[in-house]
Structure formats: C-alpha cells, structure tokens
Design a protein around this ligand. Structure first.
Ligand code: FES
Length: 352
C-alpha cells in the first residue's frame, strides 16, 4: 500500500512530527511510529547483590587486562627473539611474537569487554528520545545537555562504584606502557654500521642464483647479474642484515659506452658493479634496459644511467648509486678492490 492509498486524515501532519506526537497517532495508520516499548528493569536494577556481582565481574576484567599488559612487558624482556614454540593448530611459531600478540590482544579485549559489561548491566538503560532540532543549540538546550551529562555521570555511578573506577583507570593507565615498551624494538641507533658493508679488498663476487664465484667471461654484454660477497650464506644469522647493504648488480657494457671516467677506472673490461639498493628509500633495483643502459627502481620509478656513473635521470632518488671497485684476481675471478667508498641506500644517511 502506498501513502496515496491512505486517507489523508490518517497521515501524520508536519506538526505531529515537530511536536513528537507521532507515537500517539491513530493505530489504523500502518506508518505510525509505535513509540518506545515500556522500560523493563534488569535484575541489577532491583537486586543490589546482582549489581555487586556485575561490579566484581567488570573489576575482574579490568584487573585481568592489567595482568595482560604486565605479561606483555615481561614477555618482551624475558623471551629471546629467536625462540620458537609449538602452538596448536598453527604449529611452530616465534614465541615472542605469539606471546606479545596474545597478551596485547587479551589486555585490549578485556578493557573493551569490561566497559561493555558495565554499560549493559549497571549504567542506566532507559531509552531517551530526543527530537530533531536546529544544529545551533540554544542556551536552554546547552543547559539541558550539561544537566543530562551530569545525570549520566551520576547514573554511571562512577563516583560511587570506586572499585570499577579505580581498576578501569589502572587498566587504561597501564595499557599505553605496551607501546612504550615496543619502542625498544626499534633497536639501537645504527651508528657507523650503515657506512660499511661486507665488501673488502679481495672478496670474490658470488652469483646469487648459482652461489658460484663469477669470472668476467660469465658476464655477457647487456646482462644483469646479482651478486653477494664471498662467505655470506643464506643460513647465516645476519644474512638479511648484511645482504640488505651488500647486494650488488653487475652489468657488462661496451667499454666505449661508459661516459664517466671514474666509472671506467673502477670497472673491468666493461663490467661495472653498482649497489642494488635504491638511494631513494632503499628498494631493490631490479629492472635493466640494455639499449639505454637505464636501471629502474620499481618502487617509485627512479631511473639511473649505468653508463654515466649511475646518476639519477628520473624520479625521487637524490643520489647516484654507489659503485663498487672491481678487478680480477690471479685465478681469473672477479673480486672487489675495496668496500663502497660511501654509504649505500637512502641518501638521507649523508645529511648532517
Ligand atoms: S625506493 Fe627507489 S624510487 Fe623510491
């Protein structure tokens, strides 16, 4: 049935809406607002012992939340980073990450659950209807809001139920400590470690795919090969930390194509070695266009001209890629002649 089918005298008038009297409209009108159902008291409203039980339940949740936060801090300090545990059904997992996630989650959940249980069982549940009004409140409305707010605060019994109030403030005050503790996970300042890599005089250039040392004849013109320093193995504890600084790409150019004099001097028979770590924010450079000799960083499209000292020709990178000086040892293998002579990676390390 559409509103056109209803006799006009049965439809609520604009005045009915304005004065909130729609709830009293004729029951024959199918669109009449049925109004609020009668309020039913909860057991906690009429039985003080039930209210006390709810109060203790809420306080218990907030107290367990505090224990969760303390457990988080203890776990962070006491559990070794590389310890693993068996957890059903996920299997073996990192003990520290698992415990931090569990304690943090439980602690946060219990603050929320305590607040919900408090609101559902002890705070006033009388539904209140407030009619729409102009956005700018009149002084009378503001006074009413403040009076309602005070009444709400009074009905929440925050002042009277000191056990809930104190444990809630305890849980809320303790919880941010988890974030403070996590700051320790940022680790010590890097100091000069970023200025040095595993490369040094005599270190062989090892192909990262085959794990074999490279000879000049293995590197064809136009190819791109990724290498690591001899002695660095994937199962090493520090592998990821070290390869993040020492990853190098090898390209063979026609010696006549190399425009930069230093690049030519630091190369071997057209083979040049550059850091693979982008000088913008450190993504691994992985795209090479052999016709133009351009290397492209996939993250924000910084482009480096590998025939011209790897200078930046496009994109946000602020510095050319650092070049590794290379040569050939007495057995015919490509070797580094020194470490990089500048920090690799984002050029902001050079500021100041
Ligand atoms: S990290 Fe390479 S362009 Fe941003």
């Amino acid at each position: 049935m559409s509103s056109q089918d209803i006799p006009e005298e049965n439809l609520p008038s604009a005045q009915d809406h304005a004065h909130g009297s729609v709830a009293l409209a004729d029951t024959d009108n199918p669109f009449a607002d049925p109004g609020l159902p009668p309020h039913e008291h909860r057991v906690q409203d009429i039985d003080e012992r039930a209210a006390k039980r709810s109060e203790r339940t809420v306080a218990l949740m907030f107290t367990l939340s505090m224990l969760g936060t303390i457990g988080f801090i203890v776990a962070y300090v006491a559990i070794p980073v590389d310890k693993s545990i068996f957890v059903w059904p996920i299997g073996h997992t990192n003990a520290l990450n698992f415990t931090l996630g569990l304690t943090l989650g439980v602690s946060l959940f219990l603050i929320g659950a305590g607040a919900v249980h408090w609101a559902r069982t002890l705070m006033s549940d009388v539904e209140v209807v407030d009619e729409r009004h102009p956005i700018a409140a009149t002084p009378e409305v503001k006074a009413k809001v403040m009076a309602d707010f005070r009444l709400g605060a009074q009905e929440s019994a925050l002042g009277r139920r000191k056990l809930i109030r104190n444990t809630m403030f305890g849980a809320l005050a303790l919880f941010p400590l988890s974030g403070v503790v996590l700051l320790g996970g940022l680790g010590p300042a890097p100091g000069t470690k970023l200025r040095h890599t595993l490369w040094s005089k005599g270190k062989l250039l090892v192909n990262m795919n085959t794990n074999e040392p490279l000879r000049p004849e293995d590197v064809t013109v136009g190819s791109l090969t990724f290498v690591k320093p001899e002695g660095l193995e994937e199962h090493d504890h520090e592998f990821l930390t070290e390869i993040a600084k020492a990853a190098v790409m090898i390209i063979r150019l026609q010696p006549g194509d190399i425009k930069d004099k230093q690049e030519l001097a630091w190369s071997h028979d057209g083979i040049v070695a550059y850091s693979k770590v982008c000088t913008h924010v450190g993504c691994p450079i992985s795209l090479y266009e052999q016709q133009t000799h351009h290397a492209l960083c996939p993250c924000h499209q910084s482009t480096f001209d590998l025939a011209d000292g790897a200078r930046v020709i496009f994109g946000p990178a602020g510095h050319a890629l650092p070049q590794l000086r290379i040569g050939v040892n007495s057995e015919g293998y490509l070797e580094a002649l020194s470490d990089f002579d500048e920090p690799v990676g984002p050029s902001f390390w050079e500021r100041g």
